[in-house]
Ligand binder design. Structure first.
Ligand code: ZN
Length: 173
């Protein structure tokens, strides 16, 4: 029984992988095998380096620590994909409000939260760097805060890492 379950799980995973890869095989293959970026453009249109504060790890009540960087911008400012990636999730959760998660090079997961609304993206679709993922807002637990993008970066197996040095390493524009 256990073996059957494991086989079904494996078959499901393989099917999912095939379904994701088939519409755009070479792009997904190169994405999955690409190295992690050594710098990341600010994922908010017109975002400047001196507007970003390194609030990584600061306490956020009940012992929770801030697992990302907040980029403040006017409501409705476009949130742009900082890398080419595969859209893994478009949805809502209690803390993040409207969020998008993106699988990028180096198997990194980029997480964009508190969005006002979503861009013209679809789940398991491929986006290019600069594509609109959504628009800055203050949904989720940011509803008492000025509109901002919460940007998180997750890698396996470490978990959340601080995107701040990567954002600062990108050339200023
Ligand atoms: Zn945040």
């Amino acid at each position: 029984m256990k073996t059957l379950f494991a086989l079904l799980m494996l078959a499901g995973l393989l099917l999912a992988a095939v379904l994701i890869v088939i519409p755009h095989p070479p792009a997904v293959f190169s994405l999955l095998t690409a190295a992690a970026p050594s710098a990341l453009p600010i994922p908010v249109e017109g975002g400047s380096h001196n507007a970003i504060v390194d609030s990584w790890g600061s306490l956020r009540g009940r012992g929770r620590r801030h697992k990302g960087i907040d980029i403040f911008a006017k409501r409705g400012t476009r949130v742009l994909a900082p890398v080419q990636g595969l859209v893994l999730g478009i949805g809502q959760n209690r803390l993040g409000g409207n969020f998008v998660s993106l699988l990028g090079p180096g198997l990194q997961i980029h997480y964009f939260a508190h969005l006002d609304r979503f861009g013209p993206i679809k789940k398991f679709g491929l986006v290019q760097r600069g594509d609109v993922l959504g628009y800055v807002g203050n949904t989720g637990n940011a509803k008492a805060t000025p509109p901002h993008l919460h940007y998180g970066l997750y890698v396996y197996p470490e978990g959340a890492i601080n995107p701040y040095p990567l954002l600062m390493a990108a050339p200023a524009d």
